[in-house]
Design a protein. Sequence first.
Length: 198
Amino acid sequence: MNAWLSQAAPAPQQPPELLLLSRWVRSVERHEPAPPQWPEPWTTAFGAHISQANLDSLAREVVHAYEGNARIVQELGRARGFRPLFYWQPSVFMKDSLTDREKNRADQQQELLRWFVLAVHAAVGKSAFLRDSVAFRNLDLTFAEDRGEIFWDWCHVSEEANARLADEIYVDILRVAGTKAGGGARAPAGSRSRAARE
């Protein structure tokens, strides 16, 4: 009888906020937090269930594709008589001390992007091809210890920071040019060579 009455009687209406709260409490009690809602391009790339393993796997694929492109360009260089140079650019996620504006801009990015950039950074560091290549330099940590404002968003930098990156690249160009010409090329006074930093 009680069961029949409970089915026949209309359920009491709960305020929407109370209904949401009760669902949240039940979710917490069951240890089932709602999954983050990632943008569609991310779920297309990583699948419905994004995990660290998925990120690491795709990061290795990114680096593998980069290695393949570098090999092709090096072969073209040998065939056409030029020496290519390759650079991995810095990101805000590798900077230890962010200004308020940098932190605000970094926080506006999807957390998944941060995880993926860090996974790619690790994959670049593990690449034997890139590590052993004299034509490759990883500039990812160029601004790691800077306390001033460098980044406009997660990867684009200020005019002054671009000039510093250009100095780094210019030193390598002079080195390559000096090697081909038998020496004599010198870096400009404001440039910082890798040897000087080390």
